[in-house]
Design a binder for this molecule. Structure first.
Ligand SMILES: C[SH](C)CC(=O)O
Length: 267
């Protein structure tokens, strides 16, 4: 209709996406099909490129539609809204899980226990994300947060004895949320004596690395829906240690100054 085509023209019929392997990108492909957004294009990029484009448009109060998710610092920096998804393509609220290679518990029981006990809230993660967005190096932001949240961190390390020179490798994707969580876990493990290596990869290679045992774990598994394809593909080849953060959401996000409220308004 009139309004839809003016919105479409205002953003050149483009949805500003992130890395192609992300679950939100696959879900957005389904959205384009199910809502028959035939003239629309999902632009691939990265988490950082998406937030840079969002900031540029927002500062000039220009229209933009991005693939977005909670938790993310963008909701504290900008006044944003999710477009309603009446067909429920993006699914309901879900969680971020910790996944580990099959033999981790046997090989590195101390690291396994910390990963299994790791659990925090969107607010906790948000504190780290905002420090990083405001310019702190991720490892320094993690260090600061750990200093300020000793009680919570002690729950993660409860019953875990210190180690000498053991190595642990974590894989993650360069999403602001996972940069925060992975750097916090790395610091907690280093404080226990581990030598930690962080592997920043795309979502597919992250799941593959845990499943083939080339890394020990990841705290970046969005389940049950967002990473459903990966969990199915590697079923039986990884251990799901459960949610480390509850109450996430993915979808199409726009600045509140845009006069649209539903994905239906794009058709
Ligand atoms: C981009 S969200 C952090 C996760 C995902 O969409 O795969």
């Amino acid at each position: 209709d009139e309004k839809a085509s003016s919105v479409g023209e205002s953003v050149d019929y483009k949805i500003t996406g992130i890395d192609p392997g992300a679950g939100v990108m696959k879900a957005t492909e389904k959205v384009v099909k199910e809502y028959e957004l035939n003239d629309w294009e999902i632009v691939e990029g990265s988490g950082a490129a998406m937030t840079a484009a969002l900031k540029k448009a927002y500062d000039k109060e220009e229209p933009i539609i991005v693939t977005g998710w909670i938790p993310h610092w963008k909701f504290s920096k900008f006044d944003l809204k999710f477009l309603e998804d009446p067909k429920g393509v993006y699914g309901e609220e879900e969680n971020i899980h910790t996944i580990a290679r099959k033999d981790l518990k046997k090989d590195l029981p101390e690291a396994y226990k910390v990963l299994d006990q790791f659990n925090w809230t969107s607010d906790d993660m948000g504190e780290v994300m905002v420090k990083i967005e405001d310019g702190m190096k991720p490892d320094k932001a993690a260090e600061q947060w750990i200093k300020d949240n000793k009680n919570l961190v002690q729950k993660w390390t409860k019953g875990v004895k210190e180690v000498k020179g053991k190595k642990v490798e974590l894989a993650y994707v360069a999403w602001a949320s996972e940069i925060a969580s992975t750097n916090v876990l790395a610091k907690v493990l280093e404080d226990l004596g581990f030598k930690v290596t962080l592997n920043q990869v795309e979502a597919g290679p992250m799941w593959t690395a845990v499943a083939d045992g080339s890394v020990d774990a990841s705290v970046a598994a969005w389940l049950p829906v967002t990473h459903e394809d990966y969990a199915k593909k590697f079923d039986g080849k990884f251990e799901d240690l459960g949610a480390n953060l509850e109450g996430t959401k993915i979808g199409l996000v726009v600045p509140s100054y845009m006069d649209i409220n539903s994905i239906e308004d794009l058709k």
